[in-house]
Design a protein around this ligand. Structure first.
Ligand SMILES: NC(=O)c1ccc[n+]([C@@H]2O[C@H](COP(=O)([O-])OP(=O)(O)OC[C@H]3O[C@@H](n4cnc5c(N)ncnc54)[C@H](O)[C@@H]3O)[C@@H](O)[C@H]2O)c1
Length: 377
């Protein structure tokens, strides 16, 4: 390719399945920034989308159908950017065809879907990874370093809330947010749960209550303004998470509130409190209040990737698959996050505490990069 990007040798050849709203930032970062990846093909059910994307970003191949991506011998990894309820089938068929897969969140819309994909990848010896990768950004990695270095003493717990009035005022086709696999827990929960896991460790039990405040939602964004969507999922969820360490956290996610709080996120320790940046972003600010002090102070970011670096998890996976090391946004992590979120929904539906089915241990923190866009091999 002659896009001017300095490449490492042998970049991982990726095919996109799904070229909708989120694909632009992946295309930008994977074609311009992350050197371990080469975007080989794009594919969408709506052909104009893939044709436009290929023209805009210099992608050499447009495939008409997803099965053409799965059958393309040039493609090693399928990037699944379809809607949540489509993730399972696309990932399953890609794995069956022998491709590695990186999936947008969530891995599936039920724990069983996620577990089946995880087992399939493992049985076939194929790499599986997925979003979010914001936990690898400068903000959350700086918070992790502060906690691991003892700046707030012994971790007591955390409090997180993601509250808004839903996505139907801006997303061009927002119905999926109210269908199976949508709702604020499976949609926005992945950022908070994955950040919590990387800061506090694995989760042991969850207890939750939830409701659906409105049976229908009115789309006000173009081009579907005026369309009414039936709500199939919980849209107002309140959970308590008990971690393996004994720490406790509360997590609220709501699409029902006239209040936009995208990052009400604090981690509490015996010697201080950290204000955690929005886990749906890669940067800061990171602020700390230490015992005996009355003022918060800003902590400089200690890591790279503070800008919108979507694709970072895939770039890390690409470098890892070439060298044989483990990658950070890996199958164990996305399955445990799915376990946490679906267990919260199960707890709320059945009014009981749910013990998780999976056990998870934190992976490696980020390393400083020698070159922007190059992850360690
Ligand atoms: N939009 C955002 O801001 C955002 C942010 C972060 C993550 N995500 C996640 O990204 C994923 C996609 O979201 P989106 O907003 O881009 O949705 P979207 O509806 O805009 O795009 C999805 C695209 O997938 C295509 N598609 C579905 N099945 C296909 C198949 N079998 N073969 C080829 N194409 C297929 C659709 O035609 C559509 O163009 C979701 O999992 C979402 O949770 C979205």
């Amino acid at each position: 390719m002659s896009d001017g990007k300095i490449r490492v040798t042998d970049p991982l050849r990726v095919g996109f399945v799904g070229v909708g709203d989120i694909s632009g930032i992946y295309l930008q970062n994977l074609t311009q920034r992350f050197r371990d990846v080469e975007v080989r093909a794009v594919c969408d059910l709506i052909p104009e989308r893939s044709q436009q994307a290929a023209a805009a970003w210099g992608v050499p191949v447009v495939h008409a159908r997803d099965e053409d991506v799965f059958a393309d011998p040039e493609i090693e990894l399928v990037l699944n950017l379809t809607r949540p309820y489509e993730h399972y089938e696309v990932t399953r068929r890609a794995l069956e065809a022998g491709k590695w897969v990186y999936s947008e969140k969530p891995l599936g819309v039920s724990f069983d879907e996620g577990k089946a994909l995880f087992d399939l990848a493992r049985t076939r010896g194929l790499g599986l990874g997925g979003a979010p990768d914001t936990f690898m950004g400068a903000g959350i990695q700086t918070v992790r370093r502060l906690i691991d270095d003892g700046y707030i003493g012994e971790v007591v717990g955390a409090r997180c809330s993601m509250m808004c009035r839903g996505h139907e005022s801006w997303h061009p086709d927002p119905a999926f947010y109210y269908q199976r696999g949508g709702g604020p827990m499976l949609d926005m929960g992945p950022y908070y749960v994955t950040a919590l896991m990387n800061l506090l460790g694995g989760v042991r039990t969850v207890t939750a209550r939830a409701k659906r405040s409105f049976e229908q939602r009115l789309i006000t964004s173009q081009p579907l303004a005026g369309t009414v969507v039936d709500v199939e999922v919980f849209t107002d969820l309140h959970a308590i998470l008990e971690f393996d360490s004994g720490a406790l956290a509360t997590l609220t996610t709501s699409f029902d509130t006239v209040w936009n709080e995208q990052a009400g996120f604090h981690v509490f320790g015996s010697e201080g409190t950290i204000m955690v940046p929005d886990p749906n972003t890669f940067g800061g600010p990171v602020r700390i209040l230490r015992r005996g002090q009355s003022e918060w102070f800003d902590v400089p970011l200690l890591f790279d990737y503070a800008e919108n670096s979507r694709g970072l998890g895939l770039a890390d996976m690409a470098a890892a698959l070439r060298s044989g090391r483990s990658w950070r946004a890996n199958g164990e992590q996305i399955l445990h996050a799915l376990d946490v979120m679906t267990s919260i929904e199960e707890s709320a539906a059945e009014l009981r505490t749910v013990t998780l089915r999976t056990h998870w241990e934190r992976g490696l923190p980020m390393q400083r990069a020698v070159l922007d866009g190059v992850l360690e091999r």
